[in-house]
Design a protein around this ligand. Structure first.
Ligand code: HEC
Length: 201
């Protein structure tokens, strides 16, 4: 065998070994490496948990990011009776806009359960001004919007959590609005309305 033939032989042997390695690597992807699955325990850490808790003082990048009640509407005491975010006129305006888009078609613009679909034969939801629902906390409306209720499907995948709170807050405001008297208004708003033509007398 000449030196050239020898070199060629060595080269094809190397090539074959390389190909064999490549083929052997096929299918052996990162799924089969040692790892801890979500929520799996681990003997590696002293507390036996596979996952680490956020470092003390961690600030969530998303509103309510590490507060389960923000996403479920329920705390240790059951359904939340107060908003987990700050109530403001802007939040109510946002809630009104989102309610009119997503809910009014069935529940009606005042929440009376007389939306357009109902006038066309869709099952009528109970009016939000029913005593049972007047007594329901804000978390109840958030929970229904999140998970659905009976025949109504949930909106968790379509409406972000913060907007669902805005809607729940607006539903509570709608409830107040239907049973309000002039005495419920702040004095300056009342006098402004009394001054307006056709206003409150
Ligand atoms: C396609 C029509 C439809 C839309 C849209 C809709 N709902 Fe409903 N909703 C219903 C019906 C029907 C029921 C009653 C279901 C049942 O009793 O099986 C209901 C029930 C509810 C209840 C429970 C009432 C009770 O009797 O306790 C709440 C709260 C509620 N909806 C809130 C909302 C909110 C908030 C939105 C908007 C994010 C919304 N719904 C959008 C049809 C709708």
């Amino acid at each position: 065998m000449s030196a050239v033939q020898l070199r060629r032989g060595a080269r094809s042997a190397l090539l074959a070994a390389g190909l064999a390695l490549l083929l052997a690597a096929c299918g052996n992807n990162m799924a089969s490496q040692p790892k801890v699955a979500p929520l799996q325990g681990s003997a590696f850490f002293a507390d036996g948990l596979g996952a680490r808790l956020p470092i003390e003082g961690t600030v969530a990048r998303e509103v309510g990011g590490i507060d389960p009640a923000f996403f479920t509407g329920q705390g240790p005491q059951g359904l939340l009776t107060e908003l987990p975010i700050e109530l403001s006129v802007d939040l109510l305006r946002r809630g009104q806009e989102r309610f009119d888009i997503y809910c009014a078609v069935c529940h009606g613009y005042t929440g009376a359960g007389d939306g357009m679909t109902v006038t066309r034969g869709f099952p009528a939801p109970t009016s939000f001004h029913d005593p049972r629902l007047l007594a329901s906390p804000v978390g109840y409306f958030f929970n229904a919007a999140t998970n659905g209720f009976g025949r109504m499907y949930g909106y968790a995948s379509r409406i972000p959590a913060e907007d669902r709170w805005a809607i729940a807050a607006y539903v509570k405001a709608l409830q107040l609005s239907q049973n309000a008297t002039p005495d419920d208004l702040p004095a300056e708003v009342l006098s402004e309305l009394q001054g307006a033509e056709g206003g409150v007398r």
